[in-house]
Design a protein around this ligand. Structure first.
Ligand SMILES: [Cu+2]
Length: 183
């Protein structure tokens, strides 16, 4: 069995080598003569230059708007520690001990004050996603074992917000939820 796999591998490797050498030897180098845009090398140069300029403009406009800088220069009024696990979210005002994890699946938060969630996981990767009352996703971060991700948010409107897992994490992923009541 092993010998036939080796033989098959060698045959396929030989065939690929043949195809590659055929393509290599039958291709001609692009002509470097000739001026203007009819020269393929010059065309490629301008194409890449324009591409990088467009990508550079796009990156410099969008990167400063990324959520990493949201409320970065403010001090949070409340810090909520979040430990995600199969299949629940534990939330607490105090740091959550991974050996004896304890916390609430439903908490109350003040409106119009800066809240910082410190999100981690006790087992596999999860997502920590906050949805408003119309089920729009308003803020999210990953919950990863061994890392603490900070998510800062100000809830403008009082009401009930749902937290759902955004990362398929096992058989009961869909029941993984918690609630925030903003007053
Ligand atoms: Cu999950």
């Amino acid at each position: 069995m092993q010998n036939s796999i080796l033989l098959l591998f060698l045959v396929l490797a030989g065939l690929s080598a043949l195809v590659f050498s055929f393509v290599y030897f039958s291709s001609k180098k692009a002509s470097v003569e000739g001026q203007g845009l009819s020269n393929p090398l010059r065309k490629r140069f301008w194409f890449l230059l324009i591409l990088f300029v467009v990508l550079g403009i796009f990156a410099s406009v969008t990167i400063p708007k990324s959520p990493y800088f949201l409320f970065a220069d403010e001090t949070p009024a409340r810090v909520i520690h979040v430990s995600a696990m199969q299949f629940a979210f534990l939330m607490s005002d105090k740091a959550i001990d991974s050996k004896t994890p304890a916390g609430e699946s439903s908490i109350e938060l003040p409106a119009n004050q800066l809240i910082e969630f410190r999100v981690t996981s006790l087992d596999v990767n999860h997502g920590f996603a906050i949805y408003d009352q119309s089920n729009n996703l308003i803020a999210q971060t990953q919950a990863m074992p061994g890392y603490v991700n900070r998510l800062r948010w100000k809830f403008k409107e009082p009401g009930n917000y749902n937290i759902l897992c955004l990362e398929y994490c096992g058989m009961a992923h869909q029941v993984m939820r918690a609630t925030l009541t903003v007053k």
